[in-house]
Design a binder for this molecule. Structure first.
Ligand SMILES: [Zn+2]
Length: 351
């Protein structure tokens, strides 16, 4: 467990927004290399770690990018205006400290907005929109900001360090999907120790948060027999959310996706569900069925590739998704990795 804790800490504290996954790719390559025969990167930046074998072939995919911001324009006073990369809830951004990744290195900034003192009564009742926020890097003017290395295109991530909570539960930024990356690495470690016939492609995909892009090109190139996406999913076990909205709970094991985005994203084919359920039962791994109305994953892009690739998602229940204080249970991550590895072991019986 300590190893998983250390690895998730490292991946969560490392930065990489959509399109700028280089640091994550490097770290993933370093960690996964001992367990595979070949590692390569495609033209869009997807990392493909291949364990050679026979038929069938299984693609495991986890996205390397995190939601973040990008500098759009620096005004004459040196304040940085930005665009959102990925699905931010605007209120989450308000008053955050951020890191700007410039060519000269990382610098700090804060997301500023009008203080309540300067607001009119009715203004105070409304949430502040991201378009009314800006980043203050301490610059005196536009030239000064440029001198600090901040220009249009500079990427920005939230400044939030990983921390441990009670009961193997941890908190940090971008567990979506660095926890999925760690779960994939751990699964490959388990697979490496066993005699498994199937070919395995472990893929770190790019640009998931902005349209499932890397999954599309990598799945097309690999054309696997089946695919499993390694992800996090919305837990509904805290105040403010009802079980009918999400029945998934922390510490009750990984979930498997039956359907997401109300069926507009992925509807997993019955043979995939059967495979995962039977495998979980055989190896005594508790699983939670995930039937979700909102949100989707790389599996949506993968399953529509070429003539169709049967796919599902194995997820770690996670609270406060798409915030810098996501919370998950490392035990769920560990069990998820076991399920992924066992699924690869049993795949030839099903496909
Ligand atoms: Zn994700």
């Amino acid at each position: 467990m300590e190893q998983l804790n250390e690895m998730l800490k490292r991946f969560s504290n490392t930065h990489g927004v959509s399109g700028y996954e280089g640091n994550i790719r490097q770290l993933l390559e370093e960690k996964i290399k001992p367990y595979v025969d070949e590692v390569r990167t495609d033209k869009l930046g997807n990392l493909m770690a291949i364990r050679k074998g026979g038929h069938p072939s299984v693609m495991i995919a986890a996205h390397m990018d995190e939601i973040g911001l990008m500098c759009k324009y620096v005004d004459e006073k040196g304040f940085v205006h930005f665009v959102k990369l990925g699905g931010w809830f605007d209120q989450t951004l308000h008053s955050q400290r951020v890191i700007l990744h410039t060519e000269n290195g990382d610098i700090y900034g804060v997301i500023g907005a009008k203080p309540p003192h300067a607001m009119k009564e009715d203004e105070r009742k409304k949430p502040v929109k991201a378009e009314d926020m800006f980043i203050d890097i301490g610059a005196k003017d536009q030239k000064d900001a440029e001198r600090l290395g901040v220009i249009p295109g500079t990427t920005v991530t939230l400044d939030r360090q990983y921390a441990s909570l009670g009961n193997n539960r941890v908190t940090g930024k971008c567990f979506d999907d660095r926890a999925g990356i760690v779960m994939m690495i751990e699964a490959m470690r388990l697979i490496h120790e066993r005699n498994i016939e199937a070919t395995v492609y472990a893929v770190g995909t790019v640009q998931e948060e902005v349209g499932l892009k890397g999954a599309r090109t990598s799945a097309f190139g690999l054309n696997p027999s089946v695919a499993l996406v390694s992800e996090v999913t919305v837990a509904g076990d805290h105040p403010g959310i009802e079980k009918k909205q999400s029945a998934i709970e922390l510490s009750k094991g990984p979930s498997i996706t039956i359907l997401d985005a109300g069926g507009r994203g992925l509807i997993a084919t019955e043979n995939v569900i059967k495979w995962l359920k039977e495998t979980a039962k055989e190896y005594n791994i508790d699983i939670q069925p995930d039937v979700a109305e909102g949100g989707t994953t790389d599996a949506t892009a993968i399953h529509l590739t070429k003539c169709g690739i049967p796919s599902s998602v194995i997820s770690i229940p996670s609270r406060y998704i798409h915030s810098p204080v996501e919370v998950l249970d490392l035990e769920d991550l560990k069990k998820g990795a076991q399920l992924l590895a066992r699924a690869v072991e049993t795949v030839s019986k099903h496909f």
